[in-house]
Design a protein around this ligand. Structure first.
Ligand code: ADP
Ligand code: ZN
Ligand code: ZN
Length: 731
């Protein structure tokens, strides 16, 4: 009997071992972890994939697995099969796929045990007292009430989060024998029991969306929930989830960013008084494991997390939701390069449950799937409240090219400030200025390790590379011609902030970018200032475009849209449009109509104009037609082979050899483009190049990849690092 075991190594197959001597065979279930010897005197932790009769390895060479770490599988069969499917689809080693999907502590061999916490439970006499308790003892009553609503008990932590200074109250209640100590599940993952928000009466479009999904709760029902910001998508999620909970099933909700969007999580916490397993990046590894186990055991009916949460096992899956499904954050960009959105769809299909892909700006891929009737297209056409759509104005920057803030924008800001309304300015670059240049000889400060100019940061007077992180002092004279006149070119958030301070000296200005939000609670504090009305002008990067509700903002200015209009990546216009609509969506959420001012040097750009005049759906149609003409996804399938090395010629040589190999393996159905240097040909000291594979037929492409991959390792040799990116998001 042979154990087929996945170990996190860059190897495409499993490893074969003999069962640990003397082990009971019934304990050998797929999905358990084993410690196995590996290499010379080392050991590793692997996952049992399957048990086979034979091995391709000679029997005298097979080693015994050392020890079994789990009594029951940590990966249930559905997840194990999904991971194997993903390993095939992405052509990525199964051991690495599994280790990406598991919490770190499990990879390290930590036991998979749910830990209980000290808590409290209502006694029978407490139950009786609840009705007759005098109204004056309202704090006691509040505790009893909470415990009655939670028959499995509440942890001490949760109770003290819910009511202040609770210890004396608990002591009194315990003395009266109305409550009793009780061990409960780790409720540090379950936030305070908050005032519960009631479901809102739905409008017609919301009602239809909820009904359609709820009529199909027991089968695969993929839906694109397409609704402008504020049209009530989240309310639709919440009400469908309620039905799923009524069926005693679980819902898994993916969001692109968790720390920037506390409001989203709050709404779930306020609606449902059930344990939520929330995967946010501030969890300790231990808390992360606990959240994962709560989901796996079905104790947490609702699971919320970012990309990697898509792999969380669920005891009773009932619904998948991918919010802001267009967001590039769903694609992992290194190691195992999977798309969490796509995997969620695959998972829903395998589990035979509905999946909701929600967005105000759906990806062209999903819109295409809706057009092909692979997805239900549920549209929420209007804003749920009374707010109206913002007005757009395009400002031609050519006549005022020396300015970063056009007079139109300045005028509009002045007006809004006079009305004591908030203004949001969006710029896609942090730092002060993206380029330091010598006007005499044209020298530009470049990163030593990357093909990228250095960004000047005013706060520490440093030049900083945004790609490799290298930092150095700003030059005071040109190293080439020794002139002292060096100029800072272009705009970053810090520079716009400085200009605003000069121009609107009375205004309270707040900058939001990854520099200003670095601290532990920095973002939270900044958001509180904004919502408290302590801010007049907000300046920020795309961080600001992600899901925040800023009801007091009535004017949005986009400092420069142009990098999205002209870019080598075929997805750039789609991203530009999504960003623009998303930032615009921050404006005018309450009674006051919003206004959006877009500064550009290309005011006649057809896609930009289509977007502004006719809206995102019309833009998407035109953009899809362009994709079809150019034979780009979703009309074709892509795979990108990337390579990098310390010597400039090696990646191209490797890719050329790989290409010739592929040409021998394939007929005409797969096109090969390149090899070419990567858009940033040198990064952190590595020279980079890429080869693009394209086909109209997925199967043909994948058949080629399966045959081709085994050849690549030997072609690459030791000096070239390479990786394959299936359905690449960035070219
Ligand atoms: P989205 O997720 O599409 O941005 P939300 O669900 O956050 O939209 O709704 C936007 C705002 O409208 C929220 O303040 C929400 O409470 C409110 N809202 C949503 N649905 C309704 C409704 N049916 N009636 C009244 N208000 C609603
Ligand atoms: Zn010079
Ligand atoms: Zn660099």
């Amino acid at each position: 009997m042979i154990l087929q075991i996945a170990i996190p190594k860059p190897v495409y197959t499993h490893f074969d071992y003999l069962p640990p001597p003397g082990i009971e065979m019934s304990r050998l279930q797929p999905g358990i972890r084993l410690r196995v010897p590996f290499g010379k005197n080392q050991s590793d932790i692997g996952i049992l994939l399957a048990i086979a009769e034979n091995s391709a390895i000679a029997s005298h060479k097979l080693k015994f697995a050392e020890v079994i770490l789990d009594n029951t599988p940590i990966l249930p069969p559905d997840i194990l099969q999904l991971l194997q499917w993903a390993s095939d689809y992405y052509h990525h080693p199964i051991g690495e796929v599994i280790s990406t999907a598991l919490p770190t502590l499990l990879n390290q061999g930590h036991p998979a045990i749910i830990q209980t916490m000290q808590g409290w439970k209502l006694t029978a006499s407490g139950q009786e007292q609840l009705a007759s308790l005098a109204k004056t003892a309202h704090r006691q009553q509040a505790v009893l009430q909470l415990l009655q609503e939670h028959p499995h008990g509440l942890s001490h932590v949760t109770l003290s989060n819910s009511l202040s200074n609770i210890v004396p109250v608990l002591r009194t209640l315990e003395k009266k024998n109305w409550i009793t100590p009780h061990l409960v599940e780790p409720t540090h993952l379950v936030k305070a029991v908050q005032s519960i928000s009631l479901p809102l009466p739905l409008n017609a479009a919301q009602t239809q969306a909820v009904n359609r999904v709820c009529q199909h709760l027991n089968r695969f029902y993929p839906c694109l929930l397409d609704g402008v910001t504020g049209s009530g998508k989240t309310e639709v999620y919440l009400q469908i989830i309620q039905q799923v909970l009524n069926q005693n099933r679980q819902a898994l909700v993916l969001i692109p960013e968790i720390n920037l969007t506390p409001q989203m999580v709050n709404r779930f916490q306020q609606r449902f008084s059930v344990p939520l397993a929330i995967f946010h990046s501030k969890l300790t590894p231990h808390e992360r494991l606990q959240a994962w186990l709560l989901a796996k055991e079905g104790i947490a009916p609702i699971v919320i997390g970012t990309r990697s949460a898509v792999w969380t096992p669920l005891a009773r899956p009932g619904l998948f939701i991918v919010d802001e499904e267009h967001d590039p954050a769903y694609k992992q960009q290194d190691g195992f390069r999977y798309s969490a959105r796509d995997m969620a769809v695959v998972r829903a299909q395998r589990a035979q449950v509905p999946i909701l892909l929600g967005s105000a700006t759906p990806s062209l891929d999903s819109l295409y799937n809706a057009q092909q009737q692979r997805y239900q297209h549920l549209i929420l056409p209007e804003r749920a409240g009374t707010a109206v759509h913002p007005r757009f104005q395009v400002v031609d920057m050519r006549p005022q090219s020396r300015q970063s803030l056009s007079w139109q924008l300045v005028q509009a800001i002045t007006l809004r400030l006079a009305k004591q309304q908030q203004v949001l300015l969006f710029i896609n670059r942090r730092g002060y200025a993206p380029t330091l240049m010598c006007y005499h000889c044209g020298w530009v400060a470049y990163c030593q390790h990357c093909d990228a100019p250095l960004t000047y940061h005013q706060t520490n007077q440093n030049l900083c590379c945004h790609y490799c992180g290298a930092t150095r002092l700003r030059d005071t004279r040109c190293p080439d011609c020794h002139q002292e006149q060096l100029f800072l070119l272009g705009q970053g958030t810090q520079r716009i902030e400085e200009q605003l301070q000069q121009q609107f000296s009375q205004a309270r200005i707040l900058r939001i970018d990854s520099d200003s939000t670095r601290g532990k609670n920095a973002m939270h504090t900044l958001l509180e200032h904004i919502h408290g009305g302590e801010v007049d002008i907000l300046v920020g990067t795309q961080m600001l475009a992600k899901g925040h509700h800023f009801p007091k903002v009535t004017l949005v200015g986009v400092i420069n849209i142009d990098s999205g209009l002209y870019n080598a990546d075929f997805r750039a216009p789609e991203r530009m449009a999504q960003l623009l609509v998303q930032v615009a969506g921050r404006a005018g959420r309450a009674e006051e109509p919003g206004e959006v001012i877009i500064q550009t040097y290309h005011p006649d750009h057809p896609l930009l104009n289509c977007l502004i005049r006719e809206g995102y759906p019309a833009f998407a149609q035109v953009a899809l037609q362009e994709r079809q003409l150019a034979q780009f996804p979703p009309y074709t399938r892509l795979a990108l082979l990337r390579a990098e090395a310390n010597q400039v010629e090696l990646p191209l040589q490797f890719l050329q050899a790989a290409k010739e190999q592929a040409l021998q393996l394939t007929a005409q159905e797969v096109q090969l483009w390149g090899p070419v240097p990567a858009p940033m040909a040198r990064r952190a000291g590595w020279y980079r190049a890429q080869l693009l594979l394209q086909s109209t037929q997925r199967e043909v492409l994948h058949r080629l990849l399966s045959q081709w991959l085994p050849c690549l390792a030997s072609l690459a040799g030791r000096k070239v690092r390479w990786s394959l990116d299936i359905d690449p998001q960035e070219l």
